[in-house]
Design a binder for this molecule. Structure first.
Ligand code: ATP
Length: 796
């Protein structure tokens, strides 16, 4: 639990504040009353705030008030007596911004906040249970019922037909129950899961809910956002097309080094009014800030798409700071992926007011009535521009169209109605966002593990197909757009969804329909998301994956897993770990259950033959709780098998133990019974003391376990190799520890007294080791036979 807690702390809340005149992000616990905090949709409010400025701010206060409808906020004061739900001028810590933006002053933090005061736990305590653990618990109950039944029969047989004393047979039956129940198994499974979670954290995926570890192993479809997850999210403007002509831009990243070319010659931006205007529009309708860090690297704060426009403006030698001062912003409509545009209102010092707009070109086309050319504003040919857009999109660039309109000076508020239809089109920019190298490999790996990768993006269909093709997703032409998707019924979509891998111009609610359609076809879906509106799709998917860097608090809250680096490759790494965890749990089960089987059958056999018990109940507890657990724990650290991504995902309903598993447990149980029982009768027949015979039997069992542990490292692969012997140092460590334990168990007088044992002769050890080696060889032969019969590891 502590391991998981530490990992969860990695997801601590951040707040955007103004300090020393600069917007910076600080940890929520470092906030103090008086801090100015910026809120935007998707944020979790980091402290109690008095709102001083808002833009369409709506906050979901369900955690505090239970009211599921978001509350519209306003800076206007409210009545003194207003109850919490009516205090619309406050934003409360722990609630979620569902829409709009706002600025507030911190009035209370931590325990002094409303939520702190009413002493509600903000983060609900995670229950440490998973479907697998529940399956095990169910298995345990069936086992217990079975054992009670067998115990009763054994008791009756022993007491009435074999002439045992009541006390003796009672103890024997208790011993049988203790022997058959794998007491250590739940602990091993929980620990294996927790180790999986820790391993995933080192590979940049943080698991928020434990069951996700198992589910990851059976994921059959990964739906991923494009921007930033599959691509690098380091955007650079490559092309600018205005009504007057086409420009190419050179350079790399956000550094403002590079030229703007026309016909392969660098242009003087002053000479090209069209270019100047579109660049200026891009800079004004923009919230991103580029700063030069101490290492001389250019760092972006804000949206990468907008960062690319700032770099473009710098390449065009525009003075970024002066422009903002000359055209101060009066109001804005922020970008949201539903409406796909952003608009700002500016008033310059000569008394003119302008609206600047940028957004997805199809959106912007519909809002424009004219276009700006060198000879003034002329008629606008939407069809011609559509072709231009397609040309840029085909090269895999994302499109952003820009427009402007002059408005009366009195205009102070910007509404949706102001950008409906009379904007003047300035042109379009094509932005490069290359695929991540590691994502290309990760997609390949997914395909080899028979996991379908689907790309879901808000971008243009042609941009999407081009990038998808570079990543190896889809067939290079099939694409379904949000518009087409909207026209389909759920059934039609369910029929189509398995053939299409690229979804373009989608909005967040389409994601929810996609997940449902995939799940209707029995797929186990992992879905990525970052915005507030992605939350329903993240919740619906089997594994919701939120972005650690650009993801909103709401999306993280709704997801099972958070990617620290927003990188698609980390999902694949997590899936691999998920499969490994499941493998390791299976290995641990196949290792531990034969011990129980071996002991239980030894006791049943003894009673059936009317013999003294070869192992006493305390000795059984020793074997189950000490030796079996210590050895099995080493399997939790088993490294990933090389073929882990070359087999299909596990079917979620697949039972824990297949027919093969039951065979293996029965087979090894029989081998362990043979050695344990064999050594006991051999030693007893030599007229040794019962203590010595029992000590020999227990040691035979433990030596058998030690040898079987090497075999258990691979379910079907051979263990006759140097790698099998040394590949997991925890195995060697566990064996070293068990050897010490067994020596104490056998030779240390107080322990001898406790467990009723006696020291073994040296020669006996030689025989025990030979017997152990025999078990190892027989299991290896069994593996070889199954491999020969073509048994695939994933069917195990
Ligand atoms: P995904 O992460 O799902 O791939 P996306 O980044 O491709 O998402 P959105 O962010 O919804 O999708 O962007 C969709 C379109 O909206 C873009 O193709 C672009 O034309 C436009 N757009 C993106 N960012 C902005 C912005 N800051 N201002 C104006 N328009 C934008």
């Amino acid at each position: 639990e502590r391991a998981l807690e530490a990992i969860r702390k990695m997801l601590s809340l951040e707040a955007l504040v103004r300090r020393d005149g600069q917007r910076i992000s600080v940890a929520a616990e470092d906030l103090v009353p008086g801090d100015i905090v910026f809120l935007q949709s998707g944020d979790k409010v980091p402290a109690d705030l008095r709102l001083i400025e808002i833009k369409n701010l709506q906050i979901d206060e369900a955690v505090l008030t239970g009211e599921s409808v978001a509350v519209e906020k306003s800076p206007a004061p409210v009545e003194d007596e207003a109850v919490i739900g009516d205090r619309t001028c406050l934003a409360f810590s722990g609630t979620f911004v569902s829409y709009g933006q706002g600025i507030g002053v911190v009035t209370a933090t931590g325990g002094d906040t409303e939520i702190g005061r009413i002493n509600r736990m903000l983060s609900e305590v995670e229950e440490l249970t998973t479907p697998l653990l529940r399956q095990i618990a169910g298995f345990g109950r069936t086992l217990t019922a079975g054992i009670l039944g067998i115990g009763l029969v054994t008791f009756l047989v022993g007491f009435f037909f074999r002439g045992y004393e009541f006390g003796e047979i009672f103890l024997a039956v208790v011993g049988l129950a203790v022997a058959a129940i794998p007491e250590g198994l739940p602990a091993i499974i929980t620990i294996t899961l927790a180790i999986g979670v820790q391993r995933m954290a080192t590979r940049k995926s943080i698991i928020r809910r434990l069951p996700a570890v198992e589910t990851l192993g059976s994921v059959s479809v990964i739906c991923s956002d494009k921007t930033g997850t599959l691509t690098r999210n380091e955007m650079m403007v490559r092309a600018v097309v205005t009504p007057a002509g086409r420009y190419e831009v050179t350079g790399a990243g956000y550094a403002p080094t590079g030229d703007i070319l026309r016909d392969d010659k660098a242009v003087d931006v002053e000479q090209h009014g069209d270019l100047m205007e579109i660049v200026r529009a891009g800079l004004l309708c923009n919230d991103a800030v580029l700063r030069r860090g101490e290492d001389a690297e250019w760092k972006l704060e804000g949206d990468p798409t907008e960062g690319a426009l700032v770099t473009l403006a710098m390449k065009a030698s525009l003075n970024v700071n002066d422009l903002g001062k000359d055209y101060p912003r009066t109001d804005s409509i922020p970008f949201e992926s539903e409406h796909r545009f952003m608009a700002t209102l500016h008033h310059n010092h000569s008394g003119n007011a302008y609206i600047y707009l940028k957004g997805a070109p199809e959106r912007v086309l519909g809002m424009c009535a004219k276009q700006r050319t060198a000879d003034g504003d002329t008629e606008f040919d939407a069809e011609k521009w559509r072709e231009v857009f397609q040309g840029i999109a085909r090269q895999g660039q994302r499109l952003l169209a820009l427009a402007v309109s002059a408005v009366p000076q009195e205009k102070r508020d910007l509404e949706f109605g102001d950008v409906q239809d009379d904007m003047v089109f300035l042109g379009v920019v094509g932005i490069m966002d290359p695929p991540r190298e590691e994502a290309i490999n990760a997609v390949k790996e997914c395909h080899s593990g028979r996991i379908r990768v689907k790309m879901i993006t808000g971008d243009h269909a042609l941009t999407a197909v081009s990038i998808a093709t570079q990543l190896g997703i889809g067939d290079g032409e099939t694409v379904l757009t949000g518009e087409e998707l909207e026209k389909m019924s759920d059934e039609e979509l369910a029929g189509r969804v398995s053939d299409v891998d690229v979804f373009a111009r989608t909005s967040p609610e389409h994601k929810l329909r996609l997940v449902r359609a995939l799940q209707a076809g029995d797929q186990v879906v992992a879905m990525t998301g970052d915005g507030v509106n992605d939350a329903p799709a993240l919740k619906q998917s089997n594994v919701g994956v939120a972005m650690g860097i650009k993801g909103t608090e709401v999306s993280k809250q709704a997801s099972e897993m958070v990617l620290v680096d927003d990188n698609f490759a980390s999902i694949t790494a997590a899936v691999k770990e998920g499969r490994t965890v499941y493998d390791n749990i299976k290995k641990a089960i196949l290792f531990i259950l034969p011990t129980n089987g071996g002991q239980a059958f030894t006791i049943i056999a003894a009673i059936a033959f009317g013999m003294t018990l070869p192992i006493t109940p305390v000795q059984i507890l020793w074997v189950n709780m000490v030796t079996a657990v210590t050895l099995a724990l080493a399997l939790a650290f088993e490294p990933m098998e090389p073929g882990v991504m070359r087999r299909p995902p596990r079917r979620p309903k697949q039972p824990l133990l297949s027919g093969f598993g039951i065979w293996r447990i029965g087979f090894v149980s029989a081998l362990l019974v043979a050695t344990t029982f064999g050594f006991f009768t051999w030693e007893y027949a030599r007229e040794s003391s019962i203590e010595l015979a029992r000590a020999t039997a227990v040691n035979a069992l433990v030596v058998g376990q030690i040898f079987y542990l090497f075999s258990s490292r691979f379910i079907l692969e051979p263990s006759l190799s140097w790698r099998a012997l040394t590949g997991n140092r925890y195995v060697l460590g566990a064996i070293g520890l068990i050897v010490l334990f067994q020596l104490a168990f056998t030779y240390l007088p107080p322990v001898q007294h406790l467990f009723g044992t006696e020291g073994l002769a040296l020669a006996t050890w030689g025989k025990l080791i030979l017997a152990g080696l025999g078990i190892f060889i027989l299991v290896e032969i069994e593996k070889a036979i199954f491999r020969k019969c073509g048994k695939a590891p994933d069917r195990v």
